[in-house]
Design a protein around this ligand. Structure first.
Ligand SMILES: NC(=O)C1=CN([C@@H]2O[C@H](COP(=O)(O)OP(=O)(O)OC[C@H]3O[C@@H](n4cnc5c(N)ncnc54)[C@H](O)[C@@H]3O)[C@@H](O)[C@H]2O)C=CC1
Ligand SMILES: O=C(O)C(=O)COP(=O)(O)O
Length: 411
């Protein structure tokens, strides 16, 4: 097992938001013993205090890691978002601080897709309202407004990992699938790209959102978009709460234009399970409300726990940044028999020659060197066959190069 420039026994891993215990097991098996777990999200001073001591932090979709928060986390080496979305982290600020962020790009894809398909069937049958009536002692045995999914058109907005899975499962039910994406996408099965978003909205019996939170998607579905949809449309959002104007949705449901909805994500979500959930959608019988559980199955959470923890351990032990979402990606071999120096720097001209000058001045032979840059940051990894003391001295000299963001040595 590789030691790090900071002993593993002293490295603190902080896991928030009830991350699967599988993640903790991965860290322990790799020799990390200072692991702090929290069942909920933290924010404000509590988050700041937890981050101040953390070398590695794991979060899910609820914890906001702003530029300020990251800037105050002086020991932080890496962040894991134990989910798909990374919009809760200021990725540019993390990169500028030399902190790679890793996520699990598809470990919960299937869970979201299954829920969306189940809800599509329930909404088309008017089951949410019928179920509520039965709970109140009512009995409305009627086929009115109740439809099969077969033969209906499903419009998918955002045809990525989740959108494509939803499309394939919907075709299994005999639905016609239309999709809209800003990128050109390979259509799976018999799915067809809509010529534009408005056409998709006008032609779909069911509209489901699977876009990320970006400047372009924020507020994308509001009163104007609902007005373009068919009267009697069913509407689902399991993407991000920011994409939909929920008051406009509540209005469209109240006036009957939207027949029913299933909403899993909200612009304001409670911090923890003890908090009150407020929304204009509360109390509407034909709306399925779920507490952001699209990706919350035990299967998905366990596999996310292993996937993201493994990426974090690999970065901490070996320096590999493969699949980091905000950072130059370097895949590295094992470095048995050599010391590995990691140098993260601002991507300005002349940096590599200054790094190499440190080694040539000391007549140190370089066994291997790996470099990747992006527009902002350069990441160079140098393997050397020197003793530990000299590796430490080299690290100190690398750290003194102006523009250095981080310098570490892995023994
Ligand atoms: N409810 C839940 O528990 C979960 C929610 N999510 C959310 O679902 C989102 C989608 O996840 P994936 O499918 O894995 O992401 P993905 O990145 O594979 O797919 C997103 C697709 O949206 C497209 N897109 C981006 N901007 C667009 C725009 N303005 N208009 C149309 N298309 C646009 C992209 O080109 C891409 O094809 C995530 O970003 C996350 O926010 C993900 C997992 C669980
Ligand atoms: O994976 C995502 O992006 C999700 O929205 C799921 O988030 P969660 O881990 O359930 O807080």
């Amino acid at each position: 097992m590789n030691a790090t420039s900071f002993p593993k026994s002293e490295m603190r891993v902080v896991l928030l938001e009830g991350i699967s215990t599988r993640a903790e097991a991965v860290f322990r098996a790799a020799g990390y013993s200072r692991i702090e777990t929290h069942a909920t999200a933290l924010d404000g001073d509590a988050l700041r205090a937890a981050l101040a001591q953390a070398h590695i932090v794991g979060i899910r979709s609820r914890t906001r890691l702003s530029a300020d928060m990251l800037g105050d986390a002086k020991r932080l080496l890496a962040v894991g978002t134990f989910c798909i979305g990374t919009n809760q982290v200021d990725l540019d600020a993390a990169e500028a601080l030399g902190i790679p962020v890793f996520n699990a790009p598809y470990s919960n894809t299937r869970s979201v897709a299954e829920l969306v398909i189940a809800e599509t069937v329930l909404l088309l049958r008017g089951i949410p309202a019928k179920s509520m009536q039965c709970h109140r002692g009512g009995w409305s045995k009627s086929a009115l407004g109740s439809h099969e999914a077969r033969g209906k058109t499903l419009g998918i907005i955002g045809y990525g990992h989740i959108g494509t899975q939803v499309g394939l499962l919907a075709e299994g039910l005999g639905m016609r699938v239309l999709f809209h994406d800003i990128e050109s996408k390979l259509a799976l099965g018999n799915a067809q790209p809509a010529p534009d978003l408005d056409t998709l909205l006008a032609q779909s019996d069911v509209v489901t959102l699977h876009v990320p939170d970006t400047a372009a998607t924020r507020g994308m579905i509001g009163a104007a978009a609902f007005a373009r949809m068919r009267r009697g449309v069913q509407f689902l959002n399991a993407s991000r709460g920011t994409v939909v104007d929920v008051q406009a949705l509540a209005d469209a449901i109240a006036n009957g234009h939207v027949a029913g909805a299933a909403v899993d994500v909200f612009p304001e979500e409670p911090e923890g399970n003890a908090d009150i959930f407020e929304s204009p959608l509360r109390g509407l019988d034909n709306v399925i409300l779920t507490p952001h559980v699209g990706g919350s199955t035990l299967e998905a959470q366990d596999s996310i726990g292993v996937e993201v923890a493994t990426k974090l351990v690999r970065y901490s032990d070996n320096g590999s940044t493969l699949s980091a979402v905000n950072f130059p990606e370097v895949t590295l071999p094992e470095h048995a028999g050599s010391h590995r120096l990691l140098h993260i720097h601002k991507n300005v001209p002349g940096m590599l020659s200054q790094v190499n000058a440190v080694f040539s001045a000391r007549h140190v032979n370089i066994d291997g060197q790996y470099l990747r840059t992006d527009a902002n940051v350069g990441y160079v990894v140098i393997d050397v066959g020197t003793g530990a003391a000299q590796a430490d001295a080299l690290r100190a000299e690398l750290a003194a190069i102006p523009g250095t963001l981080r310098a570490r040595v892995l023994y």
